[in-house]
Design a protein around this ligand. Structure first.
Ligand code: HEM
Length: 726
């Protein structure tokens, strides 16, 4: 019975197997088919039960299980990381985490490097980046350091054991996830990319995840990728631009936690080193593409359009809106900006305007030196005529900048070099400093919400602005009265003195009173710290480079002599003074970025960047880049061509097509560049001229100055400088 049953079942199965495998002749098959007639059909329904199909299905099932296990493991890893970071940063709990960890088998075996990051024994260098890169291998959107779509790499190739590496370019040791060994070109970076010593900028090495080998193993390094600008496929996609993590809020949290806002310039420099000459950054709700190479800046400049736009400083704009003040050129955009800007250019940018205000700046600079000489005589040490005094010059420089601004803008001296400067002026300086310091943290928060909440940060910011406005208002009122009394005077007896930019604007009568007020207040607010701070850096650099100081002095003295008291001629004959200002701003750019929204799609570093993207030119890394400047650490005013008198080689090297220019950008570029540029440049050069004529500068330590960023770049603590009479 049993054997009968076996036979009756096995025979059709065998026959069908032959049909499928072809082990027997086709004839057999057909013979059988014809013999069994309609039964064949029912045989086909059993096809799935045949041996090869069963094994195939079993294999599929095995693979599915492996796949599920891998996914569970991957999810569990992510969950473990999330839990870790949630705990660490006190973020709200996600119920999925425990579920995922359970589905991953309860005990999640993290790759060794990952485990080290989650439970570090010793903090790794550059921890914040380590945390970010921890997400990289997991394909977790919050922290990918290189482009989010990495090219696939064969898992067999170049998977070498991970080790501690030394990057020959930045000479930093790298540890953590994604480390790999790369033999051919000697060095490799774990987080993203690095330029090789021999071919910086074009050879990139990046970490990629290699299929399932990333689970339980480290990431591996793929071979050098040559990035060709003329790649046959055209520019790469915007999404492929390397970035510092796609979750802006996590990035923002990290920025706050690490106090990275005050070191934004250094952060940018490091990020370029790690990711190459272009990267994207998400911070809170903002995102930008950051660049630093002159060739890219040239490209950006050519796409800025007729009404170039910068990133709006929202806290400033909100202050104007809530107080119902008009906005000046700094905050305006479009045709409105352009018409105001053209009128202002006439009063502060064109050479006839410069000729008008130069003598006023010269007066203030000479008075500064006179007051300092007197102080040396009374408080300095040494014999009469050879006195020296060591001091922190920053309070004096702030007073100088305010006095100079008031003289040029209002045509008024406010007596800040007297032994007892007015309290009102001191309060103004304090208000500008407060306003600048409270701006960066407010940039990433909604000011109107803070206003409603009466947040102290917002209150401080708004109060500082109110103070700046009331200071300007008093002077503007006085300016109007002065002009009225002047126009009411006897015919022919009018006062021919320069009435200041304010007076010029009133006389021209093309801007409304409200717009004059808005613009003059902006010029006042923008004109003090921006010049006082670079002057600190300039004095420090001259003091710690005595040879440079001597060369600049020699040229300045001879030019001053020849100019016979004409400040304009004196500056023209001493281009090293201009070089000193440029060199100072190269190393210590006041505003660390210049931003633009291109009006058309552009290609930067062979990546497509759509119109309307916020692109930031990062001035600090640019000024210190070996790619752009020879020996960038050296303070060398002659690099700008001042050694042979009267030539401004910046213009000579300004080859827009090749990006040959676009190296000295502290004042921005194009039609939207700093409107106070001519005031600032001349003010600083004249002060340096008179200081070098009067004093020898020295410092006790030639160590680098630590810097911090509070909307402007400034020394962490002001340098002390010794002034000795010549
Ligand atoms: C060393 C000193 C200074 C530096 C480095 C500096 C830098 C800058 C930069 C980078 C910009 C943006 C330019 C752009 O987007 O292309 C700017 C804009 C501006 N600066 Fe300055 N600045 C300085 C001094 C001054 C002074 C003395 C004043 C006023 C007297 C001033 C008033 C302004 C104003 C009103 C704008 C907005 C211009 C516009 O949007 O049209 N700055 N400055």
């Amino acid at each position: 019975m049993q054997s009968d049953l076996k036979k009756s079942l096995l025979t059709p199965i065998k026959t069908l197997t032959y049909c499928v495998t072809g082990e027997k002749t086709r004839d057999d098959c057909t013979k059988h088919k014809s013999r069994r007639g309609s039964k064949v059909k029912s045989g086909v329904t059993h096809l799935q039960n045949t041996h090869p199909m069963r094994s195939y299905q079993a294999e599929l099932e095995r693979e599915r299980k492996v796949c599920e296990a891998l996914t569970a493991q991957k999810n569990a890893e992510r969950a473990a990381m999330r839990t870790h970071f949630r705990r660490k940063y006190h973020l709200s709990k996600n119920v999925k985490d425990t579920g995922r960890v359970r589905s991953g088998g309860g005990k999640v075996a993290l790759p060794r490097e990952l485990a080290q990051m989650v439970y570090p024994e010793a903090p790794v260098k550059d921890e914040a980046f380590g945390l970010l890169s921890a997400f990289q291998g997991l394909g977790f959107s919050a922290g990918i350091y290189t482009s989010n779509k990495q090219p696939k790499t064969s898992s067999t190739a170049n998977t070498e054991p991970c080790k501690l590496m030394l990057c020959v370019f930045c000479e930093e040791k790298r540890t953590g996830m994604g480390l790999g060994v790369f033999t051919e070109n000697t060095h490799v970076l774990l987080k993203g990319t690095c330029w090789t010593e021999s071919d910086r900028g074009s050879m990139l090495v990046s970490c990629v995840r290699v299929g399932s080998s990333a689970l339980g193993r480290s990431l591996c390094v793929r071979p050098v990728i040559r990035r060709s600008r003329s790649s046959a496929g055209g520019p790469r996609r915007f999404q492929d631009i390397p970035h510092t993590g796609s979750n802006g809020w996590i990035n923002l949290l990290r920025f706050w936690k690490d106090g990275r806002f005050s070191q934004l310039h250094k952060h940018m420099e490091n990020t370029f080193r790690q990711l190459g000459p272009i990267y994207r950054e998400y911070l809170g709700s903002q995102s930008s593409v950051n660049i630093m190479m002159p060739v890219d800046i040239g490209e950006l400049f050519r796409s800025e359009g007729l009404h170039p736009r910068r990133m709006t400083l929202q806290p400033w704009a909100t202050h104007r809106e809530t107080r119902r003040h008009s906005k000046g050129v700094f905050l305006k955009n479009g045709p409105e900006w352009r018409s105001d800007r053209l009128l202002l250019n006439r009063e502060v940018m064109v050479s006839s305007a410069v000729r008008r205000f130069l003598p006023l700046l010269d007066d203030v600079a000479q008075d500064f030196c006179h007051a300092l000489r007197q102080r040396l005589e009374t408080k300095g040490v040494g014999e009469t005529g050879q006195r020296s005094l060591t001091l922190d010059p920053s309070p004096d420089l702030f007073r100088f900048a305010l006095e100079a601004s008031c003289h040029v803008l209002y045509g008024e001296r406010i007596g800040l070099f007297s032994s007892k400067p007015s309290e009102e002026s001191e309060r103004f300086i304090w208000a500008v400093e407060r306003m600048l310091a409270t701006t960066p943290p407010l940039l990433y928060l909604p000011p109107r919400l803070l206003l409603r909440l009466h947040a102290p940060l917002w209150t401080q910011h708004a109060t500082a602005w109110d103070h700046i406005f009331s200071h300007a208002e008093t002077r503007i009122q006085r300016g109007f009265q002065r002009l009225q009394s002047r126009s009411g005077g006897p015919p022919g007896g009018s006062d021919e003195r320069f009435p200041g930019v304010l007076g010029q604007l009133i006389e021209a009568g093309q801007l409304s009173v409200e717009l004059i007020r808005a613009n003059i207040t902006e010029l006042m607010a923008g004109g003090v710290d921006t010049t006082a701070v670079p002057l600190q850096f300039a004095l420090f650099e001259l003091a710690r480079n005595p040879d440079v100081q001597e060369r600049v002095r020699t040229q300045a003295l001879s030019s001053w002599k020849q100019a016979a008291g004409n400040p304009q001629k004196a500056l023209q004959g001493a281009p090293l003074l201009k070089g000193t200002v440029k060199e100072t701003l190269r190393l210590y750019p006041v505003g660390i970025t210049v931003q633009r929204y291109p009006v058309k799609d552009i290609v930067l570093q062979n990546y497509h960047v759509p119109a309307g993207t916020l692109v930031q030119v990062c001035l600090y890394p640019l000024g210190r880049s070996h790619e752009v400047f020879e020996n960038p650490q050296r303070f060398d005013p002659a690099r700008w061509g001042g050694a042979d008198r009267g030539r401004d080689t910046e213009n000579v090297t300004m080859k827009t097509g090749s990006g040959g220019g676009f190296r000295s950008l502290a004042f921005g570029f194009g039609s939207r560049q700093c409107v106070g540029r001519r005031i600032a440049e001349n003010e600083m050069q004249l002060l340096l001229l008179h200081i070098l004529r009067n004093f020898r500068l020295s410092v006790s330590s030639t160590e680098e100055l630590n810097t911090k960023y509070t909307l402007i770049l400034q020394p962490e603590s002001p340098p002390r400088i010794t002034f000795s009479t010549l």
